[in-house]
Write a protein that binds this ligand. Sequence first.
Ligand code: ARG
Length: 261
Amino acid sequence: MKKIIALMLALLMVGAVLAACGGTQTTDATADSAKTTLTMATNAYFPPYEYYEGEKIVGIDAEVAQAIADKLGMELKIVDIEFDSIITGVQTGKYDMGMAGMTVTDERKESVDFSDSYATGIQSVIVPENSPIASVDDILAEGATYKVGVQLSTTGDIYISDDLGDAAAERVTQFQTGNDAVAALVAGKVDAVVIDNEPAKSYVAANEGLKILDTEYVVEDYAICFAKDNTELKDKVNGALKVLIEDGTVKGIVDKYITAE
Ligand code: ARG
């Protein structure tokens, strides 16, 4: 009993200290919840949002998630899995949230809930520098036979596969990571890669002889996903995110990784 009282007092004190330091903080620390680990599922081959620096996963998502966890008094744990498994893992409660430069789509909203958006994404097309492809329309043109590489189950995959319709089975190759798709492009196995613009820039910078087409294919919003019954965590994260967006923390992190053109 004494122990329990001591523990409760300790928790109250932590709560008071956090409240005192919090300033305009709108979110509660987790003094009232037993769970202190915030498990984030990602797919860490997506620079500058998430990628490995040695053993460590760094990037915009990793840092924004860390800032959120700090605000909530939780300990962040990042787990690297296939992009394709993130939504199911979050749905089944294996992970608390998914954060992976993930685009908000109506279809995904049927399986998971999304936080407020914290970044904008653009689907771009990477081609070899000397490619005859000048726009997405060239890929979609009647009679065209260009092959396209994508990361499995990403919006790039979904859009180009939809747009190509029946021809997709033959012309779209789905890779487990963006890296693999770009490697296939460099090897001449596909003629173009559809992928988010910021990773596209990293890949073009890292590989000779590639360029990004000027035309934007689709503009989209990135957000964090949660299990549908986990509104408590979603609300807390949204609260923290709002503060971090308003006080410029999110912008600071984005600017650190994305140099303005
Ligand atoms: N924005 C795209 C999507 O949501 C691609 C995200 C891929 N992210 C990753 N970490 N590999 O479908």
